[in-house]
Design a protein around this ligand. Structure first.
Ligand SMILES: C[S@@+](CC[C@H](N)C(=O)[O-])C[C@H]1O[C@@H](n2cnc3c(N)ncnc32)[C@H](O)[C@@H]1O
Length: 256
């Protein structure tokens, strides 16, 4: 099993992507895998038999999972991102990892396939109630689910501060469109171009409860810890609130 922190990334991988994706790929691998492994350890998502990285993007969390669990599977709707993740796994000699292109609303795995599902910064782009039902179906009994998603503060921050703009991503427009999508109840064709959906801690908990999950912990991104790991210091990437509104938050739940 590869134990490397730094991931080798040949230049030709970057050349095939758009401006926004190139920046995203460079940012997510810039500090290596150790910070992802620390996060996975703090929330108790290590030492699993088979763990799913749902909406894996370029696969940095999946590779960190491959170093801390027996088998890691990354799944994303975006075939270009899946292709890059596959190449990174191969170039960096990861053996116990798979990547697959698929949508979270209709996961191509049978019931009770995974003992844990990790889903970072994805469900706000999906029909999340449907996705939670799919997660429930493919998790084993007493399997664990981790969700990190965005509250209204994140979109207000995008509108006011406009972080990471590029020729193919306009954060201010994205923030405004997201508030609009939420107002009109849009649940499909969400994307960085068309806007996401605002989620709230209470609404997310309600939807998880309804799908059969028991929520074990809920808090600001990077702050939750399970069992003995509560002694590990939190390492949030975002502030808990922005202008008084809930920003990025995380949830740990269990299939009863
Ligand atoms: C902000 S990125 C996060 C990626 C990765 N989890 C990370 O932390 O870097 C959101 C990802 O969700 C994927 N995505 C959006 N809708 C999806 C869906 N319905 N099914 C699967 N993946 C989806 C996108 O293609 C994108 O890679």
């Amino acid at each position: 099993m590869s134990e490397t922190n730094e991931i080798k990334m040949p230049d030709q991988l970057l050349h095939r992507l758009g401006v926004n994706d190139t920046g995203f790929l460079q940012r997510v691998y810039s500090d290596g895998l150790d910070k992802y492994k620390k996060h996975l350890t703090r929330i108790g998502f290590v030492g699993k038999e088979r763990i799913l990285d749902a909406g894996c993007g370029f696969g940095q969390w999946t590779l960190a999972m491959a170093q801390t669990s027996k088998q890691a599977i990354g799944m994303d709707i975006n075939s270009e991102r899946v292709a890059v993740a596959l190449q990174l796994a191969s170039i960096n000699d990861f053996k116990n990892v798979e990547f697959r292109q698929a949508t979270l609303e209709d996961v191509p795995y049978p019931e009770e396939t995974f003992d844990a599902i990790f889903c970072y910064s994805v469900v706000y782009l999906t029909d999340y109630r449907k996705v939670f039902r799919e997660f429930f179906r493919i998790l084993k009994k007493e399997g664990d689910l981790y969700i990190c998603t965005n509250g209204p503060g994140w979109y207000l921050y995008n509108i006011i501060a406009g972080p990471n703009p590029s020729i193919d991503f306009r954060p201010r427009r994205y923030g405004l469109q997201t508030f609009w999508n939420t107002l009109i109840g849009k649940r499909s064709e969400l994307s960085p171009r068309t806007g996401a959906r605002v989620m709230t801690p209470a609404g997310t908990k309600r939807a998880l409860d309804k799908s059969g999950f028991e929520v074990a912990a809920l808090g600001a991104e990077g702050t939750l810890a399970i069992g003995d790991n509560q002694t590990l210091s939190p390492s949030p990437n975002y502030s808990a609130t922005y202008m008084g509104l809930v920003n990025v938050f995380e949830v740990i739940a269990r299939k009863l």
